[in-house]
Design a protein around this ligand. Structure first.
Ligand code: ATP
Length: 373
């Protein structure tokens, strides 16, 4: 039975996109309907909008103004994946409306939780790898991605891309990292916010560290440290169980978050939230996976866990505890489904496709709900 009833309806803008995007999105919406029946809370009203590479091929526009406007009016955005290898801009770059959305809604914090799920084959043999549970926060409105569309070819022998680091951009994402660490504190043995940079080489990165330190000083209850990005690449493999929250510029985050996904076996289990002060967009870390698109092989768990992040975020914003229960129930249901051993995703060497995994997770919801406070 639902935990409570509310007359509130939340509007969710759905951007399925390309490749496996619509496949995992369909599965996630089916799951969210089931979660509502199981956990109650506000109804979610889903409206699908056009955007992406295939839409660009048909219309000449990747992200129509009407889609952007509706996203701005929604309570949250749920995003599949966008881009396609053969459909590119005249300069050869891929169609990536997700970058436009980040800028349009100032989604400055790219939140990438990396957590090991029981039932998954271990990538690291060390027993402590079962305790992997950290969050990588990627700054998403500046950094090296500032260069996108601004790159400069001097002549046929020389090219430049500029990294932008601002005080305001670094301070707000660092503040976000400390607030997240504060929230995680209750259920963890330790707290730590790590600034990942290359302050020993680049002026911009020394500035990033300086601004981070200023924010850290305002949060004396949360320990903070620094790591050079190359050292972090090694430590993420050597002792990822020692990490809690880390924050870094855009490009480092782009690279290390895929590595984080690798630590838990692949992109099929890695969710993300792109969060700003007024808007939130939730999407799996993976792309459109053209190699498996249209075959029903995609693992929808990353999309499911992104949907759980959306419920958490909405719960916080709207004061709706039932949505948080729904978020925990999704995580637990994924765990139950994977631990049962009856379904093993194809990207983990099994033979379960999108439909089988969706059925297994939805079937696990009642038991998951009982295990959630
Ligand atoms: P992008 O540049 O768009 O982020 P990418 O280069 O990270 O994309 P993906 O499209 O995410 O690449 O795919 C990388 C590999 O991971 C592919 O072999 C793909 O099949 C696999 N993969 C990605 N997502 C999933 C998923 N949900 N289930 C199964 N396999 C996946």
């Amino acid at each position: 039975m639902p935990t409570n009833s509310t007359t509130q309806t939340l509007e969710i803008a759905v951007l399925p996109g390309d490749g496996i995007g619509p496949e995992v999105m369909g599965a996630a919406i089916e799951l969210l309907h089931a979660v509502h029946v199981e956990c109650g809370g506000p109804a979610l009203h889903f409206t699908h909008y056009d955007a992406g590479a295939q839409f660009f091929a048909r219309s000449g526009v990747a992200l129509p103004d009407s889609t952007l406007e509706s996203c701005g009016l929604s309570d949250a955005m749920l995003f599949g994946a966008m881009g396609w290898p053969d459909i590119v801009n005249p300069d050869g770059t891929e169609i990536m409306p997700q970058l436009e959305l980040r800028m349009a809604f100032s989604l400055y914090a790219g939140v990438r939780p990396i957590r090991w799920f029981p039932g998954l084959p271990a990538v690291l043999t060390d027993e402590r790898a079962r305790g992997i549970d950290f969050v990588l926060i990627r700054e998403q409105t500046e950094g090296l991605f500032y260069a996108r569309g601004r790159g400069r070819m001097v002549d046929d022998n020389e090219a430049y891309d500029t990294m932008q680091i601002t005080r305001a951009g670094t301070a707000r994402v660092s503040e976000f990292a400390f607030r997240l660490a504060e929230r995680r504190k209750a259920r963890r043995a330790f707290s730590l916010v790590t600034c990942v940079d290359k302050a020993n080489v680049f002026t911009s990165m020394a500035f990033f560290r300086k601004v981070f330190d200023g924010v850290a000083a305002q949060h004396p209850g949360i320990p903070a440290n620094h790591s050079l990005v190359d050292a972090m690449a090694m430590n993420m493999l050597k002792k990822p169980w020692d990490l809690d929250v880390m924050v870094m510029e855009n490009m480092y985050g782009d690279i290390l978050s895929d590595m984080g996904a690798g630590l838990i076996g692949g992109l099929g289990m890695a969710p993300s939230g792109d969060i700003g002060d007024a808007h939130g967009l939730f999407q799996p870390v993976h792309g459109t996976a053209p190699d498996i698109a249209g075959q029903g092989k995609a693992n929808p768990c990353a999309m499911f866990l992104s949907a759980a992040m959306m419920l958490d975020w909405l719960a916080d914003r709207h004061g709706e505890a039932a949505l948080e229960v729904g978020a925990r129930a999704i995580e637990k249901a994924v765990e139950i489904a994977l631990t049962g051993g009856e379904v093993v995703p194809m990207d983990y060497g099994g033979s379960s496709g999108t439909a089988a995994l969706t059925t297994a997770v939805i079937s696990a919801l009642p038991a998951a709900r009982r295990g959630v406070q």
